[in-house]
Design a binder for this molecule. Sequence first.
Ligand SMILES: [Zn+2]
Length: 197
Amino acid sequence: MKSPLIQELIEAFRILPGVGPKSAQRMAYYILERNKEGGEKLSQTLSRAVSEVGNCALCRTLTEESTCTLCLSTQRNSTELCIVENPTDVTVIEQSGVFKGKYFVLMGHLSPIDGIGPSALGLYLLEARLARNEITELIIATNPTVEGEATAFYIQQLADSFGILTTRLAQGIPLGGELEYLDSGTLTQAFIARKKV
Ligand SMILES: [Zn+2]
């Protein structure tokens, strides 16, 4: 018989993706039996991150600053803008070192069934940015899923209305795959072989 608080802790761990009842129980007991210090650090960091991390005012990626370091960097090419679905995609592309421009992070993809339309993806921010005439190439790196493709098509039309060149990552990305699971070699190839859409 578990105490109510232990049960509550186990339930709390279950909000994490891929964590079922058994893993959640293992995590809870691990902290309580063997690593209270680590558990304390986890709870403090989690609490701070949840309250302080928000979205970059320019690219929407996750950051505790109002504008992220990547957006503020003067070392990056501001004429190339890469559109990705998630902050982890930025990390993957950065690890490959193939891209030196700036990013725009959708924080998802268009999904009318779930009520996620253009404004939920901050596309008004993207539109305002395209209107400033600084961007000469928009690289759409949404995932090659049905939703990712639909999102790419929408953004491509938006870019077209401003007469901005749009490219899309090329071969090497498996259909239905997601960027964050790609090795950097495959991603680099896809970037180099990107094509006009
Ligand atoms: Zn940013």
